[in-house]
Design a protein around this ligand. Structure first.
Ligand code: SAH
Ligand code: SF4
Length: 376
């Protein structure tokens, strides 16, 4: 890819200064090495940015005055720019962040007793076009760069009050906002490194979840490189239905996907894969389908998370009734599968799963001549 196109894809702007926000320890060490500085400078700066919320080099009092002046010239700490903030009746907060060319991506903070979960975006839109997803309906423009991904966490910790125990507000991070994280692998992995690093966010791998619609080669790579918690958007128990709901299934069908999941789980003792299953009225919510799903997942390191469908404008699917969801859940439990139903949070501000649309200038369907959805 040419440097120019690469910049366009990652959204780097014209500011010639390097944004240090998106650099994990190894990259920051290289950066300081280039300045003739020792590796420990990288760790000092990581702590200032990610643990002490510094946004200016003048604040970094354990760096020499000369180094601070040099950093002011050549580097920056650029947090995402806020477009709007909405707070739901249930305390969920949704932020819309600028992502260039009039576009915006969304992050959602979900406060719960004992934890604060931040749901972050990895792309401006999504190319995978699942038929029940508001992000997919928007089309795709570009990948977020590392600074834009991790910056959502930095922003949240800078702006939310500390927890009662004095810890930062964000205790858990889920890649369940806009975009398919494994389709932006090269920027998501450094962001994961920052989430895990003791010099940055120091979160345990169990508190970080990457949710994927099933890009199999990247699942294996992620297992090799990061092994954070994995959630897989299954949504159907047979290929015919999954082909229609989650089009990537036509490339990586269910059996291939599940094999990759079991390989992923086998890398760690007691590692379970969470299977997400959106409950669509009359589409995938029958007892027969619960049995079929159990047939795939029984006696495997699997948990099921049922997600009541969240409607959005222009989409014809309906949410399964509470009774149907309960019956489906009980049936799975009857088969011995650990099954939970996701509480719908923030739907009064369109912040629930699958409702995140942001503002996306689609560059894919317009190029394909508006063939319509799922025409691949
Ligand atoms: N691209 C990734 C992560 C983002 S979507 C993925 O697909 O896994 C996060 C979760 O929300 C996924 O399980 C997705 O299938 C689900 N989802 C999408 N649209 C939804 C909707 N309208 N209602 C409920 N869940 C939805
Ligand atoms: Fe993309 Fe995930 Fe939405 Fe599918 S569900 S269109 S993969 S964001």
């Amino acid at each position: 890819m040419s440097a120019g196109l690469d910049k366009l894809m990652t959204g780097e702007d014209a500011d010639p200064r390097v944004n240090l926000l998106g650099k994990p320890e190894w990259a920051l060490t290289q950066f300081f090495d280039g300045l003739g500085e020792k590796p420990f400078r990288a760790r000092q700066v990581l702590k200032w940015i990610h643990q002490r919320n510094a946004t200016r080099f003048d604040q970094m009092t354990d760096l020499s005055k000369n180094l601070r002046a040099q950093l002011n010239e050549i580097a920056s700490i650029e947090l995402p720019k806020l477009v709007s903030e909405q707070t739901s009746a249930d305390g969920t907060v949704k932020w819309l962040f600028e992502s260039g060319a009039g576009q915006a991506v969304e992050s959602v903070f979900i406060p719960e007793v004992g934890r604060g979960t931040l749901c972050i975006s990895s792309q401006v839109g999504c190319v995978l076009d699942c038929s029940f997803c508001a992000t997919g309906a928007q089309g795709f423009n570009r990948n977020l760069n590392v600074g834009e991904i991790i910056g959502q966490v930095t922003y949240a910790n800078c702006h939310l009050p500390l927890r009662p125990n004095g810890q930062p507000a964000v205790t858990n991070v889920v890649f369940m906002g806009m975009g398919e994280p494994l389709a932006n692998y090269r920027n998501v992995v450094p962001a994961l490194e920052l989430l895990i690093s003791d010099y940055a966010y120091g979160l345990s791998r169990r508190r970080i979840t990457v949710s994927t619609s099933g890009i199999v080669p990247q699942i294996d790579k992620l297992g090799d490189e990061c092994n954070v918690s994995l959630a897989v958007s299954l949504h159907a128990a047979n290929d015919e239905l999954r082909d229609a709901l989650v089009p990537i299934n036509r490339v990586h069908p269910i059996s291939e996907l599940l094999d990759a999941c079991w390989r992923y789980a086998a890398r760690h003792a007691n590692r379970f894969i969470t299977f997400e299953y959106v409950m669509l009225k009359g589409v995938n919510d029958s007892i027969g389908e619960a049995d079929q799903l159990a047939g795939l997942l029984k006696r495997k390191p699997a948990k099921v998370n049922l997600i009541p469908f969240n409607p959005f404008k222009g989409n014809e699917f309906r949410r399964s009734s509470g009774k149907v969801i309960e019956a489906f859940q009980n049936r799975l439990r009857g088969h011995g599968l650990v099954t939970t139903t996701r509480k719908t949070r923030g739907d009064d501000i369109d912040a629930a799963c699958g409702q995140l649309a942001g503002k996306v200038r689609d560059r894919v369907r317009s190029r394909l001549g508006e063939k319509g959805r799922n025409s691949a």
